[in-house]
Design a protein around this ligand. Structure first.
Ligand SMILES: C[S@@+](CC[C@H](N)C(=O)[O-])C[C@H]1O[C@@H](n2cnc3c(N)ncnc32)[C@H](O)[C@@H]1O
Length: 243
């Protein structure tokens, strides 16, 4: 077992995100929009080289990732999906005025789409919430086209301990969100193992680093590099192509 794993065993979230948690999460996401949404969308677009097509944002929450994806090109048709009607209401408000994004109620266990609907399926910080990782992966892959991309970013349970210490003991809503999410997340090894059971190629699971090219780009956008590095270190990205 990797020495870095603080929570040796994964413990699912005690409950679904309620209205209060969703409000805090939306505020946090809006405040950190530049740092959370822009680098992620940059990476998705760079890896997939997509210029037009259908993109799903599974577990879209308040819809800010969908907003950033849809803002990049009118040639993208973005569909955000979530099980929470509170989140979907927020998402629709946050994306008002964008004609190439829509939101649908849906459970990752049974997505309301036909096979092969999307060129890319993205899932940001939601995977650890899903009750069955195998079922969620099977469904997300069912709705991706052959040759299409599955892109997951999520918290990692094997994060450096200095990052978790900030939310121990978990007292306010923000600390609780971080603590329970980390405890419910997968390690990079666990994700690799899960993905290897599917007909995928070019599987990559890693923690992003800030290259000097990225540094220059994000400094210009006013993004705090130390905080960006911490966000990256607390997460993994898993990218794979459907065969
Ligand atoms: C931490 S939030 C992330 C939201 C968004 N992806 C973001 O990063 O801004 C996790 C989201 O997953 C959604 N979720 C949880 N279980 C789900 C399920 N079974 N199917 C679809 N969405 C789900 C929650 O309602 C919540 O909006």
């Amino acid at each position: 077992m990797n020495k870095k794993v603080i929570f040796k065993k994964r413990i699912p979230e005690p409950k679904e995100m309620g209205k209060e948690e969703m409000k805090v999460f939306e505020k946090m996401s809006s405040d950190n929009y530049q740092r959370w949404m822009i680098p992620l969308v940059d990476d998705v677009l760079e890896r997939t080289n997509i210029k037009k097509g259908a993109i799903a944002d599974i577990g879209c929450g308040p819809g800010l990732l969908s907003k950033e994806l849809a803002s990049r090109s009118v040639e993208f048709r973005v569909t955000g999906v979530d099980i929470s009607s509170v989140a979907l209401d927020m998402a629709r408000k946050n994306c008002k005025g964008l004609s190439n994004v829509l939101f649908r109620y849906g459970n990752v266990n049974k997505l309301p789409f036909q096979d092969g609907t999307f060129d890319i399926v993205v899932c940001k910080d939601g995977f650890h919430h899903f009750p069955s990782p195998v079922r969620a992966l099977r469904e997300m892959l069912r709705v991706v086209k052959g040759g299409g991309i599955l892109y997951i970013q999520d918290m990692r349970r094997d994060l450096p301990s200095y990052l978790l210490k900030r939310s121990v003991p978990p007292q306010n809503t923000l600390q609780k969100l971080q603590y329970y999410s980390t405890r419910a997340s997968y390690t990079k090894d666990e994700i690799k193992c899960l993905l290897r059971a599917f007909p995928l190629q070019h599987i990559t699971v890693k923690t992003r680093i800030i290259s000097s090219v990225l540094k220059q780009k994000y400094v210009k956008k006013g993004i705090n590099l130390m905080r960006l590095k911490e966000s990256f270190q607390a997460r993994y990205i898993a990218v794979a192509q459907k065969r």
